[in-house]
Design a protein around this ligand. Structure first.
Ligand SMILES: [Zn+2]
Length: 79
């Protein structure tokens, strides 16, 4: 789900590639929320934005390596 009517994604960090999806963490320049951008190599025209809470955004930012991939996998399975 998007954060607001006019989301503007500003990249903070590329989170990598897992589950066939490219994941980028950013913030919305319109409302300031953390955003998770998802892009699939199989459907390159579809870019999805999900709003994250401050806590979720910080968790992604702090994560590394396997823990980060696990977080992304969990997100993928839950959404
Ligand atoms: Zn927004």
């Amino acid at each position: 789900m998007k954060c607001c009517d006019d989301p503007k994604f500003k990249l903070i960090e590329e989170l990598g590639h897992t589950e066939g999806v490219d994941w980028d963490l950013g913030r919305c320049l319109s409302c300031g929320s953390y955003l998770l951008q998802q892009w699939s190599e199989y459907r390159p025209l579809n870019v999805f934005l999900d709003k994250l809470t401050e806590e979720e955004g910080a968790q992604f930012l702090r994560s590394e390596g396997r823990a980060r991939r696990q977080l992304l996998r969990n997100w993928y399975n839950d959404h």
